[in-house]
Design a protein around this ligand. Structure first.
Ligand SMILES: Nc1ncnc2c1ncn2[C@@H]1O[C@H](COP(=O)(O)OP(=O)(O)OP(=O)(O)O)[C@@H](O)[C@H]1O
Ligand SMILES: [Mg+2]
Length: 227
């Protein structure tokens, strides 16, 4: 692909939205064309699906219905936003993507791996990020930050369906993410999210610079081969 696809993952309140905005500013300052987007959402259709998924009154949602709604939002997001931006050579930064489905609907809701793989294949056509930043912290820390944000009247004015889940659910999500990182260490960089915002920002910038440098070398190498 011409552009670069980077995703941010991690449990509720770990700092994804904070850090992805800081990285977007950093990369834009360095002259990159950056598209910052999020899941579920990122499109008009996706944002409507997001409100169905996060609505705390929808506590009877069947796990497979949840899985398919995420997949539908993702499919639209790829078609409308991610693919066109990548084809135009932009850097796409996405706040949650397919790994979130593996962690939440797979590890936490216990949907089997074969079903997940099939739905991923249908929804994404195999499009995966080249780099994923996994912000890792204890669920107690993430959730207390998310609750403090809600109390301060931040981006979400109320608790969503996932924030209401028990601590054991969030622990399974965390372990699900760590298992992905273990199986794909080249793609997924785990960053300790219990550090300060500035410290994390520096570690992410470092990981992204290293990745872009290697990526550029690879692409230059391939283009020399092609020539
Ligand atoms: N490293 C940090 N230390 C302390 N507070 C932080 C840190 N990072 C983010 N915060 C604060 O914690 C709250 C949650 O952060 P943020 O919204 O970025 O998390 P998130 O991972 O996007 O959450 P969600 O999964 O709910 O979207 C915010 O109020 C933010 O200012
Ligand atoms: Mg967020």
């Amino acid at each position: 692909m011409a552009g670069t696809f980077i995703t941010f993952e991690g449990i509720e309140g770990c700092g994804k939205s904070t850090q992805i905005s800081l990285l977007a500013e950093y990369l834009a300052r360095k002259g990159n064309e950056v598209v910052l987007t999020r899941e579920p959402g990122g499109t008009q259709i996706g944002e409507r699906i997001r409100s169905v998924l996060l609505d705390a009154s929808h506590d009877g949602m069947a796990p497979i219905a949840e899985l398919l709604l995420y997949a539908a939002a993702r499919c639209q997001h790829i078609a409308e936003v991610i693919r066109p931006a990548l084809d135009a050579g932009k850097v796409v930064l996405c706040d949650r993507y397919a790994d979130a489905t593996t962690a939440y609907q797979g590890a936490a809701r216990r949907i089997d791996a074969a079903t997940l793989a099939e739905v991923h294949r249908i929804a994404t056509g195999g499009l995966m990020p080249e780099l994923t930043i996994l912000l890792d912290c204890a669920p107690s820390e993430g959730l207390s930050r998310a609750h403090a944000r809600i109390a301060a009247g931040g981006q979400a004015a109320h608790e969503d369906r996932f924030e209401r889940e028990a601590m054991a659910f969030h622990e399974r999500v965390r372990q699900g993410y760590l298992a992905i990182a273990k199986s794909e260490p080249g793609r997924v960089k785990v960053i300790d999210a219990s550090a300060s915002i500035e410290e994390i920002q520096m570690r992410i910038a470092d990981a992204v610079e290293k990745f872009l440098c290697n990526n550029l070398c690879d692409k230059t190498y391939v283009s020399t081969l092609v020539r």
